[in-house]
Write a protein that binds this ligand. Structure first.
Ligand SMILES: NC(=O)c1ccc[n+]([C@@H]2O[C@H](COP(=O)([O-])OP(=O)(O)OC[C@H]3O[C@@H](n4cnc5c(N)ncnc54)[C@H](OP(=O)(O)O)[C@@H]3O)[C@@H](O)[C@H]2O)c1
Length: 277
């Protein structure tokens, strides 16, 4: 039986194009579990893969799609049975291994997760990999001791995929959230997501720099990195925590931070103030 997939190929002159094609199971890459895909998210990385940017895809033809939800069609692994609902995100699927922009995928059993109870495949893909990233960030902040009574939480890149879901999740969990965004036109939407206050990115960056600024943030979900991360680190409250999950603005100031705090990854002493990054 054939199925349809969005196949991306590279022409002799190096240009990429994608077309819906009929494929057969034999054409799928190796793996223990064959999945009928119901839903796939559309992530920034998918755009890179479809356009050939960032060197993420090395072999063509290719099927992009970094996450998907579906039902097991056949399995050589005892953990999965036909009909079982599953989700996949990560493992370089959609980059090195054919991914979710297809009606069918064959993947390693260890890459799959049973669909959690109470969540439909569609909902899982609406939350998507960006939402999972936001969840992991919030989980890390809470494991660092953050609670809704700790104080104001800053979310940067709030208009983006990770940031917008982080705003909504934090608000739902009872946190007071300030959304930092460069797009004033999103203010209303961010308030509807639950943001308590909106901070204009340009105005934030124009505030005069001081080595140690007034402590404002009990916690931060930072999707932006770069100079924004460099600035906000000086404003984190004593005992606060920063979950830095991205570098949409670049990496220069992060290098500076690493240089300041060579231990990396663990507890970071920022001058006299102690924050966990
Ligand atoms: N999406 C994922 O699944 C995922 C997973 C792990 C890590 N990440 C990383 O997290 C970061 C954000 O991912 P995303 O999917 O949320 O991307 P996104 O949807 O493109 O959002 C990024 C946001 O960052 C802000 N931004 C963009 N360029 C900026 C600049 N030059 N200076 C300051 N702010 C800037 C913008 O916020 P405003 O619109 O509010 O202005 C933009 O919406 C990326 O570095 C990505 O690699 C993403």
């Amino acid at each position: 039986m054939t199925f349809k997939a969005l196949v991306t190929d590279k022409s002799a002159d190096g240009k990429l194009s994608s077309q819906v094609q009929a494929l057969e199971d034999e054409q799928l890459p190796e793996g223990e579990v064959l999945v009928d895909i119901d839903w796939a998210g559309f992530n920034y990385k998918d755009g890179l893969c479809l356009k050939g940017a960032g060197g993420l895809v090395r072999n063509f033809p290719h099927v992009a799609g970094i996450d998907f939800a579906g039902r097991v069609r056949a399995s050589d692994d005892e953990r999965y049975n036909p009909g079982q609902e599953v989700v996949l995100t990560g493992w370089r699927v959609g980059e090195h291994h054919w991914g979710g922009f297809s009606q069918r995928a064959r993947v390693k059993a260890g890459w799959l997760v049973p669909l959690p109870k109470g969540l439909s495949g569609r909902e899982a893909m609406i939350v998507g990999t960006a939402g999972l990233t936001a969840m992991l960030a919030i989980d890390r902040l809470e494991r660092a001791g953050l609670t809704p009574t700790s104080g104001e939480i800053l979310v940067t890149g709030a208009g983006g995929g990770v940031g917008s879901i982080a705003v909504a999740m934090l608000a739902k969990l009872g946190y007071s959230v300030t959304a930092l965004s460069g797009r004033a036109e999103l203010s209303e939407a961010l308030r509807a997501f639950g943001a308590n206050a909106i901070l204009d990115r340009a105005a934030f960056m124009e505030e005069a720099d001081k080595p140690l600024e007034a402590a404002r943030w009990a916690g931060v979900v930072d999707a932006v990195g770069g100079a924004v991360l460099g600035k906000l680190l000086r404003q984190v409250k004593y005992g606060g925590a920063v979950a830095a999950i991205g570098n949409a603005a670049g990496i220069e100031s992060q290098h500076q931070c690493v240089a300041l705090h060579p231990a990396g990854g663990g507890t970071i002493g920022h001058r006299q103030r102690h924050a966990t990054l």
